[in-house]
Write a protein that binds this ligand. Structure first.
Ligand code: ATP
Length: 515
């Protein structure tokens, strides 16, 4: 575990050192849980967004996009339930003055029981060697059973307290489990209070005329309130989807794990409107489609899993998360929810407008049901970084840090180096870039030895490097180096585009999922 934490720390500093992610307003010591994307980060982020957008809007004739405003009429959030129920239970430690999410403290405690069980299993595995039967051990070993029993009892009590919205019981669980504040080490806890996660601001120039509005905590509502506009003007027939990428804001109490949980972040959401009664089939279909999208990146199927929700929001009839294996465990990257007709019905009720679909096949009107796929751009970015970061020992005894990014997502696709700064080599290198820059992102580098330039390009995940040397001036060939194998071979300048373009384009990924 400690080793994994080390790797994570290295990834965070790599992100900063190579212009991927900076703490926001760093010269003023940063702002909690807010980050800026640097020169390489913005390219990678744009590529992730493009991959998602094109997989939705280009590959599905019945999905269109929109770009709604961040500010929305305040009644939107009353209708959606966010004003009354978008809360986290928080608790303070009186000694350290630190604030925690009560549910997270208890979840961490559950994870501790899991760790204890896992430790027993690993110890026994070492002891029994080949003959070890994990299943049998887990179901018969007294110590494991004791931990498991405590864990199950805690889980049941915790779920009930959450379902009943019983804040006193949450506090009592924290006390009974002897959970201490990680900073002060004490159990001097305050009451548990509900804390709304929406940021408020005011619209209007004078204090009297001002009215409170919210920064949207999710992009989905911008889609719901535009359902009729898009359906009518696009003459859309059910089933159809509306996709959107945009910023969302949540006043997260505990900001942890770098860009995993931010106060300002970006979502890519798609709401798919279907005929009532067909929603669970579509839910299954979207689960598969979205998993295929993730797996086309080639990070290995074993690094993803579905986590189906036991506890459903009152309006949902199915929900699952796609989790990715981060250095700090399997974590949610995307949510897929069957939200029934809750949102559209609520907006109909609060706005007084009829928000329905006239089905020309059955001649009836009804409120469509909705399947939502919702993924955080920043969490996706983090999963890509975590999987791609790699420290390698080389045969010559040196080591290198290389970002093995999928070529289609890499910020820079091709770096072009003149071997030396004379004999017309720089001009020749610039000529190559001038030609290829229309097709993909190229970078020119002439500083330092070639070896150092390769390392810099490895560190930002650039899949191809080209070196222009004396021979180039004679026969128009260059050496082309592959980031992952580090192999080099001579190719004709005229062939560069056809060799590289296919491999670095988003299309190459889209083709994998559209078989
Ligand atoms: P969590 O349980 O981790 O708080 P959530 O279930 O509240 O997440 P959703 O409301 O389903 O998340 O939002 C959809 C997606 O938006 C998440 O899967 C995640 O990728 C992203 N997301 C949500 N909150 C944040 C945040 N604070 N920072 C970064 N990404 C976020």
């Amino acid at each position: 575990m400690a080793q994994q934490e080390d790797v994570f720390k290295k990834i965070v500093s790599h992100c900063k050192e190579y212009g991927f992610v900076f703490p926001s307003s760093e010269i003023y010591d940063g702002l909690g849980a807010v980050y800026d994307y640097g020169q390489n980060g913005v390219e990678l982020k744009n590529n992730i967004k493009q991959y998602w957008w094109q997989s939705m809007v280009l590959l599905h004739e019945n999905i269109v996009g929109i770009d709604a405003a961040i500010f929305m009429h305040p009644t939107t959030w009353k209708a959606s339930g966010h004003v009354d129920a978008f809360n986290d239970p928080l608790i303070d430690n009186r000694d350290s003055k630190k604030r925690y999410r009560a549910d997270v403290l208890i979840e961490d405690q559950l994870a501790k029981y899991d760790e204890k069980i896992q430790k027993e299993v690993e110890k026994a595995r070492k002891r029994f060697g080949e003959a070890f039967d994990e299943e049998q051990f887990r179901t018969t070993n007294a110590r494991v059973l004791e931990h498991q029993q405590k864990r199950d009892a805690l889980h049941e009590r915790f779920s009930k307290a959450l379902n009943d919205n019983n804040l006193e019981e949450l506090r009592q669980i924290i006390l009974d489990e002897g959970i201490v504040c990680p900073i002060s080490g004490t159990r001097n806890w305050t009451e548990v209070r509900q804390f709304n996660l929406m940021f408020k601001t005011e619209v209007g120039s004078t204090a009297d005329g001002a009215s409170t509005i919210y920064l949207r905590p999710e992009t989905a509502q911008g889609i719901f309130v535009n359902y009729l506009n898009v359906q009518k003007t696009g003459r859309m027939k059910l089933p159809f989807g509306i996709a959107q990428i945009g910023k969302a804001f949540r006043n997260e109490i505990v900001a942890r794990q770098f860009i995993f949980r931010m106060r300002e972040f970006e979502q890519m959401e798609m709401q798919f409107f279907v005929k009532p009664g067909t929603e669970l089939d579509w839910f299954q279909k979207w689960k598969q489609t979205r998993m295929a999208w993730h797996q086309a990146l080639g990070f290995g199927a074993e690094n993803y899993r579905f986590h189906d929700h036991d506890k459903l929001a009152h309006y949902a009839n199915a929900a699952t998360d796609i989790e990715f294996h981060m250095p700090f465990g399997f974590k949610e990257v995307e949510g897929i929810h069957s939200r029934t007709n809750f949102d559209l019905s609520q907006h109909a009720k609060y706005s007084g407008k009829k928000i329905e679909y006239f089905d020309p096949e059955t001649n009836e009107s009804y409120t469509p049901f909705v399947i939502e796929t919702s993924i955080g751009v920043d969490r996706m970015f983090l999963s890509v970084m975590c999987h791609s970061y790699c420290e390698e020992q080389l045969p010559n005894g040196e080591s290198r840090v290389v970002l093995k990014l999928p070529a289609a997502l890499a910020p820079v696709k091709l770096a072009v180096f003149p071997l030396t700064k004379k004999d017309g080599l720089p001009e020749k290198a610039q000529e190559i870039i001038k030609d290829l820059r229309f097709h993909f992102n190229c970078k020119y580098e002439e500083k330092d030895q070639i070896g150092k330039r390769y390392r810099r390009m490895d560190a930002i995940g650039c899949p191809y490097c080209v070196t222009v040397d004396q021979q180039t001036m004679e026969d128009n060939t260059v050496t082309l180096r592959d980031r992952d194998t580090m192999e080099q071979h001579r190719v004709n300048i005229a062939d560069l585009r056809s060799i590289i373009e296919d491999k670095v384009s988003i299309t190459s990924l889209l083709k994998k999922i559209d078989k």
